[in-house]
Design a protein around this ligand. Structure first.
Ligand code: C2E
Ligand code: CA
Ligand code: CA
Length: 718
């Protein structure tokens, strides 16, 4: 059986260029063993003849060649439009190989990776196993295209005049959840039955002054397509379309053309396209070369409400300076780094630093050239916001977008329902940890109703609720259905004024809900299983701070969700242990700080525990402690975080209360302890104190705890 013949009828062809015949020989032998058809040469001229006549599927290229180096060979391959796979080999060390790999991607070749000499059979085997599996840069372009004649500006002018430049759309999705984020518009030109690469014709257009006409043609088509989306977004499977953005590539040369830009603004208005949904992509280099005139144009576009994205980041110069000075809202990591990241430690670092840079400048990061699942996982780990690439989808004609999305969304819904089924949220007893957060949401955002919900195929279940008597809603009657279509908060300031919600039972019926704000809740694998939401019976708005707090609370609920597999509570007293207490307290304190709320730490310790243990037995000690825990749990508020800190120490973190609470809690504990002591055979004594948390941080927490320990007072002496 042919080992490499998985889906093709013919064997793959492997061509080796290495001036070291022995090394070439070894590669050839391994290739043949893996059932490749192999040819090997030490001459560059012969190599190119074979590339042309034999049409290999993969070439192995040695970087060091007397006379001509591997990089020149690569550049020549690229000039000829060579679209097959490439393996770079050398004995020159990893950094040089990495750099060569980057150049290969830059040239638009398809590097599978590098083979550092000396290499093992399995190194080569791993690389060769990928042949033909990677998506091809030039797949869009026919094989017969290779080595074809280039069109001239006259050809291009004719094509523009005849509107023969068409457009395709490539989706961009959020890394964490896979939700559709937007589309990038890419120009296509079919000239004499050949697809000419945009990298070729855009340059021709720029050099011959045709770029503005071309841009106009591309943008007109895509805006008309985009303006029609709301019609489709009506259908449940395509509703995520209503939030999508449209990214347009703008050549630096066009930035000086005010007419063109005014025309774009006018067309958006005429077609009733929201400006904030349009993103202009500019390459880093273009912003540099025409910097001064670009700056004012870009700022104007920004003021008008459009978004700006810095394209191909990492390939241009003085990147940092541009970024800080120009009003960009998105940074796109160039695909050469993203593609090379699979095999190159250097690219890996570059991708990471660009994403970090974007975040520290408050920009969204998008990685392009995402060709496989592993890369997507890596990006998720780095906290990259969005991903674009063949792994998600190839650029496609506008009419194909809807069926593509329909398919994708139904797959995602299946996976979502699977997560819902597996989630602890579903069909389990009430959970104090989650109730605490629901309570905090209601309290901090001053609403009468707060919910944690889970959405299955037919129903929205309330996992935790405050202020509502019902326990579930039919899916088609729920807000949640809409919230999870997007990754961001959904705010409905007045339900009666929103067509989507004005006829819901919960709005028209007894509950009379007029305000809604909710965040989707994600499982660690990115499935949105439900929401955390706050509701009110009067129309109202939500401030930025409040929206942030709700988001913060959602991630705290997600933390509870993710935590399920660990044995989370202190076995003995059913309270969280010190480690988890500190973690949750930290989140809670940040939230309190965000909302400018004070926090207090209460401290109760069963002072006699060791004595009881010594004079009686452990079981009696345990019983006493359990009684104290029961007393505390009866007295605390749902929104309090309670933990067992050390053996007999119980700590309670409370957000947003006045001084007097301390006293009343202390009195209550003391009273209940007295009752308890009447029942106990061994008299116990508890100490109580509290300390306000001034600075909301973990150090403040341990300081407050020390203070509380020091000032703990006897509650009841026997
Ligand atoms: P770009 O703006 O960086 O566009 C992304 C390019 O990456 C597109 O190539 C796209 O097909 C390709 N791509 C997307 N995903 C992957 C992937 O996973 N792997 C690989 N290897 N490639 C991927 P395309 O369509 O050939 O466009 C090339 C460039 O031409 C664009 O690069 C853009 O700079 C320029 N261009 C295209 N259309 C226009 C246009 O309408 N106006 C202007 N000014 N420039 C355009
Ligand atoms: Ca682009
Ligand atoms: Ca790009």
């Amino acid at each position: 059986m042919k080992k490499n013949s998985n889906s093709t009828e013919r064997q793959y062809r492997l061509l080796i260029l290495d001036d070291d015949a022995m090394a070439g020989d070894t590669i050839r032998k391994i290739g043949e063993y893996l059932d490749f058809q192999c040819k090997q040469t030490t001459s560059v001229t012969e190599f190119f003849t074979r590339v042309r006549d034999w049409n290999p599927d993969v070439v192995v290229l040695d970087l060091y060649m007397p006379g001509k180096d591997g990089l020149e060979v690569m550049s020549q391959l690229a000039d000829k439009g060579y679209g097959a796979d490439l393996i770079i080999t050398s004995g020159m060390g990893e950094r040089i190989l990495d750099a060569a790999l980057l150049s290969a991607s830059e040239y638009g070749l398809n590097p599978l990776g590098v083979l550092a000499k000396p290499f093992s059979i399995s190194d080569l085997r791993t690389l060769l196993n990928q042949v033909g599996k990677l998506t091809k840069n030039h797949k869009f372009f026919d094989q017969s295209d290779v080595f074809s004649v280039e069109p001239t500006s006259i050809d291009l002018k004719k094509a523009i005049d005849l509107s023969q430049i068409t457009v395709v759309y490539q989706p961009k999705v959020y890394c964490r959840t896979g939700t559709l984020a937007g589309f990038e518009v890419l120009a296509r030109w079919n000239w004499n039955d050949h697809w000419v690469s945009p990298d070729t014709f855009i340059v021709i257009a720029e050099d011959s002054g045709l770029i503005d006409d071309l841009t106009r043609l591309v943008i007109e088509q895509s805006l008309v397509w985009f303006a029609n989306i709301p019609q489709h977004a009506y259908y449940s499977n395509l509703r995520s379309m209503q939030y999508t953005t449209l990214s347009l590539n703008i050549s630096a040369k066009s930035l000086t053309n005010q007419d063109l830009l005014n025309w774009i603004v006018r067309r958006c208005d005429e077609l009733q396209i929201e400006r904030k949904k349009i993103i202009f992509e500019l390459t880093e280099t273009s912003a540099t070369s025409e910097f001064v005139s670009a700056l004012s144009t870009l700022t104007r576009l920004c003021i008008k409400g459009f978004h700006l994205s810095i394209d191909d980041f990492g390939t241009g110069y003085s990147s940092m300076v541009q970024l800080v000075r120009l009003p960009f809202t998105e940074i796109k990591v160039d695909k050469s780094f993203v593609i090379a990241n699979r095999n190159s430690a250097v690219s890996n670092v570059v991708v990471r630093s660009i994403i970090d840079l974007g975040h520290s400048l408050n920009m969204l990061s998008t990685a392009e050239g995402v060709e496989d699942e592993k890369t997507l996982d890596f990006l998720k780990e780095l906290g990259c916001d969005m991903a674009q690439g063949y792994h998600i989808a190839r650029p496609m004609p506008g009419e194909d977008v809807f069926s593509w999305l329909e398919q994708r969304e139904s797959n995602r819904e299946l996976s979502r329902l699977e997560s819902v089924k597996k989630s602890i949220f579903f069909d389990t007893a009430p959970d104090r940890d989650i109730d605490r957060l629901t309570q905090l949401a209601a309290q901090l955002l001053s609403v009468p109703v707060a919910l944690v919900t889970v959405l299955d195929q037919t129903t929205e279940w309330f996992k935790s609720k405050i202020g509502l008597s019902i326990t579930e809603l039919p899916r088609n009657q729920s807000f949640c259905t809409y919230t999870i279509e997007h990754d961001d908060i959904l705010i409905v300031e007045d339900t009666m004024k929103d067509k989507r919600f004005q006829s819901l039972d919960i709005v028209l019926g007894d509950e009379h809900i007029r305000f809604y704000a909710g965040y989707p809740l994600c499982t660690p694998n990115g499935n949105k299983i439900g929401t955390l939401c706050v509701l009110d019976r009067y129309p109202r708005s939500l401030s930025k701070t409040e929206a942030r707090a709700l988001k913060h609370l959602s991630s705290m609920v997600e933390f509870e969700l993710a935590e399920t597999l660990k044995p989370k509570n202190d076995q003995f007293s059913a309270l969280v242990d010190k480690k988890i207490f500190l973690m949750k307290a930290n989140y809670t304190l940040k939230l309190a700080a965000e909302m400018s709320q004070r926090a207090t730490l209460f401290y109760v310790v069963l002072n006699e525990l060791s004595l009881v243990n010594r004079h009686h037995d452990r079981a009696t000690g345990d019983h006493c402690l359990q009684c104290l825990v029961d007393v505390v749990m009866e007295l605390v508020e749902t929104s309090d975080l309670v933990g067992r800190y050390r053996g007999a120490e119980i700590v309670i973190l409370r957000v947003g209360e006045s001084e007097s609470t301390s006293q009343s809690l202390q009195n209550a504990v003391s009273q209940r302890l007295e009752q308890l002591n009447n029942k106990l055979t061994v008299p116990v004594r508890a100490l109580f104190s509290s300390a306000p948390l001034r600075l909301c941080s973990q150090t403040a927490l341990s300081e407050a705890l020390e203070e509380a320990r020091a000032s703990a007072k006897v509650i009841k002496d026997f």
